[in-house]
Design a protein around this ligand. Structure first.
Ligand code: PHE
Length: 330
């Protein structure tokens, strides 16, 4: 039996060890053959013979198990070495960039209104009090200014709080009719789950002859637009207030998360507020010296649209430049 101990010890692979197992412990193996010899051993020697053979069997099994663990561990280590990935290695694959989800959403919005013949205006990010507030029927000390508190510079200059001043600039520079949208950055003193100090809006303004523009026109285009952006949603208009429109409405879509059933995102109402709109107030037309005209206007937050389209929970994450988050929207 001695040579079998050596064989086990000298094996250097799991496969070879398996062959030894069959040759030694198998049904037709060496040990079985030895035990078969029992019957030829004289009775008085049987006990000693069996004892020795059983001792060998036990020892060989111990050796075998120990060797098996050693060989398996070795095989695993070799496989790990062979398959290891060098994470510090340079990749020759170059990353493909993509538009930020906010810009991509803005592009889609612009695309829709361009197809409806709206021109695109930009205006100024640093505005004066007249264009941002006064001409929009928001006189000094009017309480509605509080909702849009912002960052002021000297001489009544400020970071615009909305894209509505672009309406004023466009009307002052052009004769009616007007059919424009104004996408761009705006600023407010807000910071929470759904507000950042800088965000983007798209403003819309349509002006034509007196009596030519109705709330029905506004309703039609916004419903069509919201279905273009969000698919098959329900749209509702709620009475609201903006100093520069009268009547004014806030527009809701049925919740894109729960399909109107009611969930945490829609505060269990089944509706999500997505934009503000209304018929342009006559005081605004007076401020830009437009006569005998009618018009509608609307304004929306692009980040909010992007969040709802991509189902992003925290608006602030859009501005953290986290590649892992952004890559998901490529
Ligand atoms: N300027 C408004 C806001 O920022 C949105 C708005 C625009 C509402 C045009 C009505 C008409 O809240």
């Amino acid at each position: 039996m001695k040579e079998w101990y050596d064989k086990i010890n000298e094996t250097d692979s799991v496969d070879a060890l398996e062959e030894i197992r069959i040759a030694l412990f198998g049904k037709k193996g060496v040990l079985a053959a030895q035990f078969a010899k029992m019957k030829d051993v004289p009775n008085e020697q049987k006990g000693a013979f069996a004892k020795e053979l059983n001792a060998h069997k036990q020892n060989l099994m111990n050796e075998f198990s120990a060797k098996k663990i050693v060989l398996q561990t070795q095989a695993l280590q070799e496989a790990m070495k062979a398959e290891a990935i060098d994470v510090s290695m340079f990749s020759t694959k170059s990353a493909v960039g993509a538009l930020h989800p906010v810009m991509e959403t803005m592009d889609r919005i612009v695309e829709y209104f361009s197809s409806m013949n709206f021109s695109v205006k930009t205006g100024n990010i640093v505005e004066d009090d007249f264009h941002n507030f006064e001409a929009l029927n928001l006189p000094k000390y009017h309480p509605a200014r509080d909702m849009q508190d912002t960052f002021y510079f000297k001489d009544e200059m400020l970071l615009r709080t909305h894209t509505s001043p672009v309406q004023i600039r466009t009307m002052l520079e052009n004769k009616p009719p007007i059919r424009m949208i104004a996408p761009g950055a705006v600023f407010r003193r807000d910071y929470d789950l759904t507000h950042t100090p800088m965000f983007h809006q798209v403003e819309g303004l349509l002006v034509d002859k007196e009596g030519a523009v109705s709330f029905a026109n506004l309703k039609f285009i916004l419903e069509d637009f919201l279905k273009y952006m969000f698919g098959d949603v329900d749209v509702r208009f709620r009475p609201s207030f903006f100093p520069f429109t009268e009547p004014s409405a806030e527009v809701d879509i049925s919740c894109v998360f729960c399909k109107g059933e009611g969930c945490r995102v829609c505060s269990h109402t089944g509706w999500l507020e997505v934009l503000g709109c209304g018929i342009v107030d006559s005081n605004v037309f007076e401020a830009v010296e437009y006569k005998d005209v009618s018009g509608y206007a609307f304004g929306l937050g692009v980040e909010r649209f992007a969040m709802l389209i991509h189902q992003i929970g925290d608006l602030r994450s859009l501005f953290e430049g986290d590649i892992k988050l952004l890559e998901q929207f490529q």
